[in-house]
Design a protein around this ligand. Structure first.
Ligand SMILES: Cc1cc2nc3c(=O)[nH]c(=O)nc-3n(C[C@H](O)[C@H](O)[C@H](O)COP(=O)(O)O)c2cc1C
Length: 399
């Protein structure tokens, strides 16, 4: 599948040509490189919304890989709540505001962003698409979106394209001062512009789907092995199992770790996985640059509610000292508008771009970003908020 960005833009413009307001929104969101001229016959343009990429991705994947991607933990209640919670928030549109130009641009830690939608870190991309991390990094750079990478993308980094943050979890990098120091030094020299420290995966959660499938985490890196003629997979060397008591070989990170990391680098540090006012306040007190309200896409601790439900308390707790980002279930421009109204500075997505990746490779990721970005611009134009500064708590109401 060859990227046909010109087709993408052409069809987008054709779709919305009826309204001058909408034309203006599209003009504002159109990538600088786009020159609409070719007919819209590219299959990547078929999906009407980002949800339409999921069945296309499912059709291409081994069931194991699909379950790894789509699934959540235990009862999958948080996974469902991430979507369901948006229905409890309604938008309060204003009228007779000049919206002939809709501007999505924003700034995060001194970095200018064309629009407030980031690509979340996601491990295991190789069981979805070959060399997935690099493909996503290239797509993010083309879409001018900030990508939080899991690493291994040296070539893209060397090309100097696209803003990048590096994610870190409980890995060896944080084991002690020496390892932390060496790691941040390496990041500085790799063109990284921020660190995303994921906090909610001190243990990998209980995921029924993976356990039933005897999923082996290493397949996330190597790809799912070929099935034999009877459709059987080779035995997983290290299958996920129920009933394994959790333990880790060394102490897990604490606020002391955050303070130490803070003292070792000037890079922005963003904590991902904050769900309470208490931790949000501690983040602000400990010199953290920003937080991401996240439940890991419903993949870690279950029954924590939808992330948008936690957003107001986190926003209140940081008292405007640091930006609050959010992820979890964002599939529509209106979802993003609701989060911005409740005080988020930007939103991050994972599964939508992973479905786009699986279905179409790089063009799929780019198209997902384009659809969300355009929907957001349209929704802002229709809600009478021509730029991000015009969005505030009064733009939304919780039922
Ligand atoms: C397949 C997959 C792998 C993920 N791997 C990581 C990871 O390595 N680190 C991390 O911080 N979050 C990871 N996440 C969580 C996402 O970064 C993000 O918090 C969440 O998926 C957002 O919700 P959404 O998928 O509904 O957009 C992963 C999510 C998925 C779907």
């Amino acid at each position: 599948m060859r990227l046909n960005r010109r087709n993408a833009v052409k069809s987008l413009v054709a779709l919305v040509s009826a309204s001058p307001l909408v034309q203006s929104a599209v003009a504002q969101t159109k990538p600088a490189s786009s020159t609409p001229s070719a007919p819209a016959d590219d299959p990547v343009l078929e999906p009407a919304c980002v949800m339409d990429f999921e069945p296309l991705a499912k059709a291409k994947l081994d069931k194991l890989a699909y379950d790894y991607l789509a699934g959540g933990s235990e009862d999958e209640a948080a996974l469902r709540d991430n979507r369901a919670a948006f229905d409890r928030i309604i938008i309060r549109p204003r009228v007779l505001v000049d919206v002939h130009k809709v501007d999505l641009s924003t700034e995060l830690f001194g970095q200018k962003l064309d629009y407030p939608i980031l690509l979340d870190p996601a491990g295991g991309k190789n069981c979805l698409y070959p060399d997935g991390e690099n493909v996503v990094a290239r797509a993010a750079a083309a879409a001018k979106a900030l990508h939080i990478t899991n690493g291994g993308i040296q070539k893209v980094v060397e090309s100097g394209k696209g803003p990048l943050w590096w994610q870190v979890t409980t890995g060896a990098q944080l084991r002690n001062t020496q390892t932390m120091r060496a790691w941040v030094k390496q990041l500085d020299s790799q063109g990284c512009s921020g660190i995303c420290f994921t906090l909610d995966i001190m243990f990998v959660s209980h995921r029924d789907r993976n356990i039933r499938n005897k999923f082996d985490r290493s397949w996330g890196e190597t790809g799912i092995p070929k099935r034999d003629a009877r459709g059987k997979l080779p035995r997983a060397p290290n299958p996920e199992r129920a009933g394994l008591y959790p333990s880790r070989p060394s102490p897990t990170p604490t606020w002391e770790t955050v303070r130490e990391l803070r003292s070792l680098t000037k890079l922005p540090i963003v904590l991902k996985g904050i769900l309470t006012a208490e931790d949000a306040a501690l983040a602000a007190e400990n010199g953290v640059s920003g937080v991401i309200v996240s439940n890991h896409g419903g993949r870690q601790l279950d029954h924590v509610g939808g992330t948008i439900e936690a957003l107001p308390e986190v926003v209140d707790a940081v008292k405007g000292k640091i930006p609050v980002l959010i992820d979890g279930g964002f599939r529509r421009g209106t979802d993003i508008l609701k989060a911005l109204a409740l005080g988020a500075k930007a939103v991050c997505i994972a599964r939508p771009y992973l479905y786009g990746l699986t279905a179409f490779g790089q063009p799929g990721v780019e198209r997902v970003m384009e659809l969300l970005r355009t929907e957001l611009a349209l929704d802002m134009g229709l809600a009478g908020v021509p730029n991000l500064a015009a969005i505030n708590r009064k733009t939304a109401r919780i039922r």
